[in-house]
Ligand binder design. Structure first.
Ligand code: CMC
Length: 378
């Protein structure tokens, strides 16, 4: 095998063969299992999309009904997990709470044969069912309140919004939220998916896999960017301030959050769909000055950096949608995680089908033959 040149950040180095999703960064194409993201956003639901990602095919009607039924049945989390969450500091970030709670699930659901399809299905159902409940639970617990129990009459997206707000959501809001989950469900070999695959390759349990991926997603260069976009729009404060703000960031060589992508060199197709959803939402609920700031920002950044292929990514408009829905900013990344669990589990399953533990090499650039220096002589 040829030894590849070292690429910082592994840029362009294939880390797996995968049939799960495909991105064409020049054309702005994203497909899950060969189906365009536009078609899924238009016609599918998050749970149907999750099924497609994980099992590779669209479910038959009865299979989808069973899947939804089982997920509804498993939404509740054990009181010991809720009690554990009550011990978390209320100032802690919800992503850290989610990472710890996802790992804790592994204490309750024992490790079994990873070649047993029934075990795989049960773990998929549990994780998809319980992660939203844990995100919503921490939101209430950190305010000193008891979590809201899931409502069996509501579908996946509507139930999450219900658990968050203790109110059945408007159907349009629930529908938009469901599409947001579809858009965030999977995205080839990004940092958190790579984490998920590396962890999967050790044959550990799926709760540890999701916990490691959540930890990776949390960083501001990955899922955490959606929070930073909102802080940035708030700091800018008005359409007139956009241009000087962008120029001052560029003069300092600082990154503009919500822009740029390792793969896309055009506008991220998910950002285009999210922008339309934001407009639908503002039509329903009334405008938002931050949307006007965002649109101006897209124009100014395209003018300054478009020639370098830096355009809005998925995180640019998602925060505006969630903010208008009244969701606290620090829940944006946990919501990204709720969706991305589908992709991580699809990669877990695919990794198990042809597993070899990840063991890359390194290029050692340190010293050799250094003498040991006694502490008093240093
Ligand atoms: N603002 C200003 N300059 C940028 C930006 C940006 N957002 N993104 C890239 N550049 C410049 C960068 O300064 C560098 O310039 P130079 O060659 O002069 O040093 C060049 O473009 C290449 O940047 P890079 O960081 O080496 O490129 P990358 O492929 O590693 O970057 C990225 C991908 C997403 C980390 C980066 O674009 C970035 O930091 N964006 C802001 C954070 C963000 O929005 N993250 C969400 C990513 S999408 C969802 C997700 O993955 O979770």
């Amino acid at each position: 095998m040829a030894v590849c040149d070292y690429q910082i950040g592994l840029e362009g180095i294939p880390a797996a063969q995968s049939k799960i999703s495909h991105v064409d960064g020049q054309e702005g194409i994203l497909e899950y299992r060969g189906v365009s993201i536009q078609a899924l956003a238009q016609s599918s639901s998050f749970l149907e999309t999750a099924y497609l990602l994980i099992w590779g095919d669209f479910p038959q009607e009865a299979e989808l009904e069973d899947f939804k039924h089982d997920i509804t049945y498993h939404r509740r989390v054990k009181y010991r997990i809720r009690d554990m969450m009550k011990c978390f500091p209320e100032s802690g970030h919800p992503m850290d709470a989610l990472q710890a709670s996802a790992a804790a699930l592994g204490l309750f659901y024992s490790r079994r044969a990873l070649d047993d399809p029934a075990y795989i299905r049960a773990a998929v159902v549990r994780l998809l069912a319980k992660i939203p409940t844990m995100v919503a639970a921490f939101q209430h617990i950190r305010k000193g309140n008891d979590p809201i129990q899931p409502c069996d009459d509501l579908d996946y997206a509507a139930n999450f919004l219900y658990m968050l707000n203790e109110q059945t959501p408007d159907p349009l809001l629930a529908h938009i939220f469901d599409i947001c989950l579809i858009l965030h469900a999977e995205h080839t070999m990004n940092a958190s998916t790579f984490s998920a695959r590396v962890t999967s390759s050790t044959l550990t349990d799926p709760y540890a896999i999701v916990a490691s991926a959540v930890g990776t997603l949390a960083g501001p260069l990955h899922g955490g960017a959606n929070e930073e976009v909102i802080s940035m729009l708030e700091e800018i404060g008005s359409v007139e301030n956009v241009q000087p703000y962008v120029d001052s960031l560029l003069a300092r060589k600082a990154k503009i959050m919500g822009f740029g992508h390792r793969v896309y060199k055009v506008k991220d197709p998910r950002a285009t769909i999210l922008q339309k959803l934001a407009e639908q939402l503002f039509d329903k609920l009334g405008g938002d000055k931050y949307y006007d700031i965002a649109v101006e920002m897209e124009r100014v950044v395209a003018d300054r950096l478009g020639h370098r292929g830096i355009y809005p990514n998925v995180d640019f408009y998602s925060g505006l949608v969630y903010r208008r829905m009244g969701i606290p900013t620090d829940l944006f990344t946990p919501i990204f995680a709720i969706a991305r669990v589908a992709g991580w589990l699809a990669h877990w399953k695919e990794q198990l089908e042809a597993n070899r533990i990840y063991r890359p090499s390194q290029i050692y650039i340190g010293d050799h033959n250094r003498p040991y220096i006694p502490i008093e002589e240093r």
